[in-house]
Design a protein around this ligand. Structure first.
Ligand code: FRU
Length: 534
């Protein structure tokens, strides 16, 4: 394998001689860490420290997430026999905090109706489906797309099916009368996401149908009636619509509620390839209609993306995960169909984003979703490093791996002088790679630049250009949160108003962080860095 060297005896001698000979303790740890990092195989160097990856083989969308009895369940599009996409199964992992995941046996296998594409799962507390063994257990019902290749042409038949579990999501039994929604006409007809509509006591399904979302209703999860369509002429339409999610959210600081619709789209994302857009409106039990103000602002320019980075796709929310503040929890697939099949890992392919808390804010800029890492990540904060009132004039060093390991970090920074200067943070390593991110004052955009961040040649589409995100609240002081793993960066600006997630494959671990300002000096009010335990 090209790239990182494997363990060899000379390297081990080097490590030992450093252990014996180095005088300064921090120096010693530093060198040891670096040498050991180099001796990791490429696979392990690229495998994230704390983001979920399957032990082996291909993964794409998160599916069927629900919370029950102390565990968050995450299912995922999984091909157990190869590191590229193929006949889809539902892989499975569980966690008590959405950060540390334990992979479980495959939960749903392909059958005569087809392979198992994306979908959702609900905790059927009232046993509306009748699948529960009454008084013994609460059934978990999975609703997914069966996708079957048609003989003699390149088309697929996609139908919706259900399966139930009476052992808290470990194993599923397919319903004998599948499919529950049949279809002979439409090629792209998939990704059912079911939510409980509390106002009307019924299940509501959102389904991606080509270039629109169709809504269906049911009382028992088995019989479904069509309600309405949304979106044919609205929002981003650079590609097919996929993986919708309709849910109700409180507006922060008010008694008001709004309905939110996520729609993933591929291609057509703001920086190319796959991305997830969102809409804010109301749902009356039949139709989803856009909020009037929201509608006006999207007709000018559709800039409502859950994440402007290139690597957060097909994200949907957990069902039955009820938080006191009404926020919803989600996770996304940290890749992009533009290059996902070619990223330079062999044993496993693709990771999930860090799980995120979704809230709805309304201010002078109208409605905006806020996404931030789930609060549970705070429990992983370890060693802390803090600097205040840093005068940034030219390139200023913030930290290096002799202070803190830069492959598992949370950085929080703020500045009150942002209308004076843009800034660029750079992560560098000894192989000469640079990952840059920051804010461009002239264009009023945040950016991530991975063009020189290591391996890029596996796909022309991976690092052709810099990714940008327009800033929404221009009158606030900039606040940023950065979540760094070995091969991913997640940027949450302005309390989660603007988010960018991108992956990268450096030739050796990043070990140095600097900041520079363009043209003018400015003061970084504070920067706090926490190592994240894993
Ligand atoms: C989104 C998607 C879904 C589909 C699944 C197949 O990434 O294309 O629409 O169900 O992946 O793996």
């Amino acid at each position: 394998m090209k790239g990182f060297r494997k363990t060899n005896p000379i390297l081990m001698l080097l490590v030992l001689s450093c252990l014996v000979g180095c005088k300064d303790k921090s120096q010693k740890d530093h060198s040891l860490k670096e040498v050991l990092n180099e001796s990791f195989s490429e696979e392990e160097l690229y495998r994230p420290n704390f983001h979920f990856t399957p032990k082996a083989n291909w993964m794409n969308d998160p599916n069927g997430m629900f919370y029950y009895n102390g565990y968050y369940h995450l299912y995922f599009q999984y091909h157990p026999e190869s590191n590229v996409w193929g006949p889809m199964h539902w892989g499975h992992a569980i966690s008590s905090d959405m950060i540390t995941w334990t992979e479980q046996p495959i939960a749903i296998y392909p059958d005569e109706l087809g392979t198992i594409f994306s979908g959702s799962a609900v905790v059927d507390i009232n046993n509306s489906s009748g699948f529960g063994k009454v008084s013994k257990s609460t059934p978990i019902v999975a609703i997914y797309t069966n996708s079957k290749k048609l003989e003699g042409n390149d088309n697929w038949k996609q139908t919706q099916s259900i399966a139930y579990s009476n052992d808290e999501g470990k194993t599923f039994t397919k319903y004998e009368n599948n499919p529950v929604i049949d279809n002979d006409k439409i090629k792209d007809f998939r990704d059912p996401k079911v939510t409980w509509d509390d106002d009307r006591s019924k299940w509501v399904m959102s389904l991606a149908v080509g270039d629109k979302i169709s809504f269906y209703e049911s009382k028992n999860l088995k019989e479904w009636d069509f309600l309405s369509d949304f979106g044919q002429e609205i929002g981003g339409h650079g590609g097919v619509w996929e993986c919708p999610d309709l849910f109700k959210l409180p507006v922060l600081g008010t008694d008001e509620y709004k309905w939110v619709l996520f729609v993933s789209i591929n291609p057509g994302g703001p920086n190319g390839g796959s991305a997830t857009q969102y809409f804010i409106g109301d749902f009356d039990g039949t139709n989803f209609t856009l909020d009037k103000e929201f509608e006006k602002s999207i007709s000018k320019e559709h800039n409502y993306w859950l994440d402007f980075g290139r690597d957060n796709y097909a994200g949907v929310t957990w069902s039955n995960a009820i938080k006191k503040d009404g926020s919803k929890l989600m996770i996304g697939w940290m890749s992009n169909w533009d290059y996902a099949l070619k990223v330079p890992t062999e044993k496993w392919r693709s990771a999930m984003t860090v799980a995120r808390k979704i809230q709805l804010q309304k201010d002078e800029n109208g409605y905006r979703l806020l996404s931030n890492p789930v609060d549970e990540l705070n429990a992983y904060r370890d060693k802390k490093f803090k600097k205040e009132n840093l005068v940034i004039d030219g390139e200023t060093k913030i930290i290096s791996s002799s202070n803190i390991d830069l492959t598992s970090l949370e950085i929080n920074f703020k500045t009150s002088e942002l209308n004076k200067a843009g800034f660029t943070f750079s992560l560098t390593n000894k192989s000469g790679d640079t990952l840059a991110f920051g804010y461009n004052l002239n264009s009023k955009r945040f950016f991530v630049d991975r063009r020189k961040a290591g391996k890029t040649e596996f796909s022309e589409k991976f690092a052709e250009v810099v990714s940008y995100a327009p800033r929404t609240s221009l009158n606030k002081n900039i606040k940023g949160k950065v979540i760094l793993d070995k091969t991913s960066i997640e940027l949450f600006f302005d309390d989660g108003e603007t988010v960018m997630t991108e992956i990268f494959f450096p030739n050796s671990p990043f070990n140095n962080l600097t900041i520079k300002s363009k043209d003018q000096e400015f003061i970084l009010d504070s920067i706090e860095i926490n190592k994240l335990k894993y």
